[in-house]
Design a protein around this ligand. Structure first.
Ligand code: ADP
Ligand code: MG
Length: 526
């Protein structure tokens, strides 16, 4: 017999006589009491609680005096009770000897936890004495699994999206570039042809901007990060966005003067904030308050409030909250997916939050949405904070040389034949001397045989030696050659961990003839 703290006596184990009864019982009682991580308790054959250990009190919140004698179905959710889950569990245990399962259970305070449950029938011969029940709180593990699953899903969608967008960029470079060349050739009096070309151009430009949004989600958009005073950027941005919101929406700013400096692409950050403001506006059709808050945040331990993939460190936190309709759990789980929208056709693209997500991740930060139906939404963006740093000013625009004055020699390295042909032709058109190479080793051979190259214009993603590796060799061997990168996307894990990009200029695909010309001239004249 084991005496438990509520003075009820139980026979346990029921069938076997203890060898040395006293010490065994005492040891067992201590063991049971000592277990804090599991709720271990007994039920009578009808399911009333007859014993309660410290673990049960800790997990479920009831003291033994409050719960002994009550029916164990109290721990189940109303939905589970209504569909007969507790009764089913007991019947199974009685018939088969045990029942195992997982599900949401209720604590005394009404909050839910994810329980792993084992119910064992206890018999003496044929007689059912009751049930031993072991419950573990698996909420944290379940949350981790869900978040992991979620991030794997996002990773997979990102891979796919990024791949498609990258290839589309190459195609669009050729389409846009050739349309651009055509439009310069067709005389103004051929109105019909000009219209046709213009329409095709506009459609390609829309396709290019869609591709850009997909790249943003896939964390592969070319970013131009620079140290930025987040408060200053926000105050400028708020002035701008105020004009685009209806009067029924008021804007509140809460500024932590110590919020700090983050290394971000300012345009993309403004773009992300705008996407959040538009979502907030849509969520508050009858008006409300949009709050934009900054904070200087240090993450050292992990709890449920910070994104699970956020590394310990110093962050600038930007929170954007609204008092709108909020999100259901289902919407919350899918909100970042590209093309996921709950808005009517023509109102939502489903690309707003995916841009924010991709941009923040690519910047080395993290993001979390806190939202409940009818309780508004808060989106928290964590950007890595620079410990010190100077805020760089906008660089002055270079004056472009007039067309026709270009006589520099340019080595074009591009593996895509169409893109290379278009690029070479465009540069020849502007009067440059052009040499082409389809990969890095060809490029290096050209450089060895002909040293009078002024500019290397290279794709980053090349088969074999990639563009970055080519450039590091060229910079070492031919330090006078200027360099301009091009890419369908920037393959950099985070701007803070690789500083090459801000130093070497990049012309993102797709580019038009004139963008190519401007890009090349800017590098040649800098
Ligand atoms: P879109 O706004 O084009 O629908 P988003 O990617 O910006 O695409 O958002 C995806 C979905 O997430 C929205 O359709 C909406 O259901 C939900 N959502 C986003 N922001 C909010 C918000 N502030 N409040 C409520 N729901 C939101
Ligand atoms: Mg949106």
């Amino acid at each position: 017999m084991v005496t438990v703290e509520n003075d009820k006596t139980l026979s346990f184990p029921p069938t076997q006589a203890p060898l040395r009864s006293f010490s065994r019982e005492e040891t067992f009682a201590r063991l049971l009491e000592g277990i804090q991580d599991c709720a271990i308790y007994m039920l009578d054959p009808e399911g009333h609680v007859v014993s309660w250990n410290a673990g049960a009190e800790r997990i479920k919140g009831y003291a033994s005096t409050e719960i002994i004698g009550k029916h164990f179905s109290e721990f189940y959710t109303p939905e589970d009770r209504a569909s007969g889950v507790p009764a089913f569990a007991l019947t199974q245990a009685a018939q088969k000897g045990k029942f195992e399962g997982e599900g949401w259970r209720l604590k005394k305070d009404g909050s839910r936890f994810w329980a792993s449950v084992l119910i064992d029938a206890i018999r003496a011969g044929d007689e059912l004495l009751g049930f031993a029940k072991i419950t573990r709180d698996m909420t944290d593990r379940r949350m981790m699994q869900e978040q992991l699953h979620q991030s794997q899903k996002m990773e997979a969608i990102g891979q796919l999206t990024g791949g498609v967008a990258h290839d589309f960029n190459n195609l669009l470079t050729v389409i846009l570039g050739n349309l651009d060349a055509l439009s310069q050739q067709v005389p103004a009096e051929h109105a019909r042809w000009r219209r046709a070309i213009d329409q095709a151009m506009r459609a390609s430009e829309r396709a290019a901007s869609l591709t850009q949004q997909l790249l943003a989600f896939a964390r592969r958009q070319p970013l131009k990060p620079k140290p930025s005073d987040v408060n200053r950027l926000l105050s400028r941005w708020v002035d701008l966005v105020r004009r685009t919101l209806p009067e029924s929406v008021s804007i509140r700013r809460v500024e932590d003067p110590e919020a700090g400096i983050a290394e971000v692409d300012q345009n993309q950050l403004e773009n992300a904030l705008l996407n959040l403001a538009v979502n907030a506006r849509d969520a508050m059709p009858n008006g409300g308050t949009l709050t934009i808050e900054t904070a200087n945040t240090v993450v050292d331990t992990h709890d449920a409030t910070v994104p699970f993939d956020l590394k310990p460190g110093k962050y600038v936190l930007i929170s954007v909250s609204d008092t709108g309709i909020g999100m259901t759990q289902e919407v919350l789980e899918r909100a970042f997916e590209p093309f996921f929208t709950t808005k009517p056709l023509g109102h939502g693209t489903g690309l707003g939050l995916s841009q924010v997500f991709g941009f923040v991740k690519q910047t080395g930060g993290s993001i979390k949405i806190h939202s409940r139906s009818s309780h508004g939404t808060t989106v928290k963006i964590y950007l890595p904070r620079l410990s010190e740093g100077t805020v760089t000013q906008e660089s002055a625009k270079v004056d472009l040389l007039p067309y026709g004055k270009a006589s520099a020699s340019i080595l074009v390295v591009e593996d895509n034949d169409d893109v290379r042909a278009f690029t070479v032709e465009a540069l020849l058109h502007y009067g440059f001397n052009v040499i082409e190479a389809a990969n890095a080793s060809e490029a290096l051979r050209v450089l060895e045989s002909k040293s009078a190259i002024d500019l290397l214009f290279t794709d980053i993603g090349l088969p074999g030696l990639n563009g970055r590796e080519l450039v590091s060799t060229v910079q070492r061997k031919y330090p006078n050659i200027r360099i301009l990168f091009t890419s369908g996307y920037a393959q950099m894990p985070s701007p803070t961990s690789s500083h090459w990009l801000p130093e070497i200029p990049l012309l993102s695909k797709p580019f038009t003839q004139s963008q190519l010309y401007e890009g090349v001239l800017r590098v040649l004249t800098s």
